[in-house]
Ligand binder design. Structure first.
Ligand code: 0GY
Length: 305
């Protein structure tokens, strides 16, 4: 089947820079996706965008180029609840990739078991209205209870303005919870203002809540340009990510977000994204926890005992 990319959509960055920041041995890119290829794994009829293809071999090449050892592949909304492309990455990774699926209440235990054997370790609940249609909370809660028997967790994606309304639901979830991109803060607001404070409080009061400190390119308003000759790309995101890493060093994860769905103005060079890491995780200990210890504990616990 042939698909036409959504107009205005930028392709992922070919030929990324080799990062200057040397990732610690065993580093995990804990948030990335694959798209299709559409001819093999068709995009879902209910999708809100049609991406360019981004295959597993291209993902593995990027992993090796940047210096990562492993990937966590998150089901992208353009594939709906058809997890075949994501599961195909896990099966082709020789144990070096784990996954996060999207499922509906109709999924059978046998399907969940199959996905577990392939390396799926979580499900994603998406509340970003431009990406998905509404799913009733009682259906999500039912799924969250069912996945517990495999020890899976729930990844949640939402915008900061929606957190007050979603908070009660999130606190009902019985599993570990991983928040995508710090709950998408508005970085033009103060880092100690009421909006981000609510997110910090959510993490502080619930020790099952983790956060990805990823996607500066999505959150930044100042953008990718350096200031005064220094590397200060995405500088307005730094205080937010630094704050979360400093306060919760054992519950943070980082990922490239390759192939960067839905970007229309600026497509990041993934090598420069890696070079952003030491601006937010400023000590070697923080970097090791963020990139190795934490993702290994969550996705490969059998190797950390
Ligand atoms: C991300 C962010 C986005 C998209 C998706 O699955 C997706 O389509 O996650 C976004 O558009 O903000 O995490 O990749």
């Amino acid at each position: 089947m042939s698909f036409q990319k959504t107009p205005g959509w930028l392709d992922w960055f070919a030929g990324p820079t080799k990062p200057r920041f040397k990732l610690p041995a065993g580093a995990v890119d804990a948030h990335c996706h694959v798209f299709g290829p559409g001819d093999t794994f068709p995009y879902a009829p209910e999708r809100k965008y049609t991406p360019c293809d981004a295959s597993k071999d291209q993902l593995f090449a990027l992993r090796d180029h940047l210096g990562f050892a492993r990937n966590v592949v998150v089901q992208a909304t353009c594939h709906g609840a058809d997890n075949r492309a994501m599961v195909d990455v896990l099966r082709g990774s020789h144990g070096k990739a784990r996954g996060v699926a999207t499922v509906r209440r109709s999924v059978s235990d046998a399907e969940l078991q199959d996905m577990h054997e392939a390396g799926v370790r979580g499900v994603r609940f998406n509340f970003v209205k431009r990406l998905v249609d509404f799913t009733p909370k009682e259906e999500l809660l039912e799924i969250a209870h069912r996945i517990q028997q495999w020890g899976w967790h729930v990844v949640i994606y939402f915008e900061a303005v929606d957190l007050p309304e979603l908070l009660d639901f999130f606190t009902e979830l019985p599993t570990q919870i991983v928040v995508d991109h710090m709950g998408r803060p508005d970085v033009t607001k103060p880092v100690d203002g009421p909006e981000f404070e609510l997110f910090v409080k959510f993490m502080r009061e619930h020790d099952n809540v983790w956060s990805k400190v990823s996607c500066p390119e999505r959150l930044s308003v100042s953008g990718p340009r350096a200031l005064d000759g220094e590397l200060h790309a995405y500088r307005d995101v730094i205080p937010f990510a630094k704050r979360i890493i400093e306060e919760f060093p054992d519950r943070v994860l980082w990922g490239t977000d390759w192939p960067h769905p839905n970007l229309k103005e600026h497509m990041p060079d993934d090598g420069l994204l890696v070079d952003f890491i030491p601006h937010i995780a400023v000590t070697e200990t923080q970097q090791r926890k963020l990139l190795v210890d934490n993702p290994m504990r969550l996705y490969w616990p059998e190797e950390t005992r």
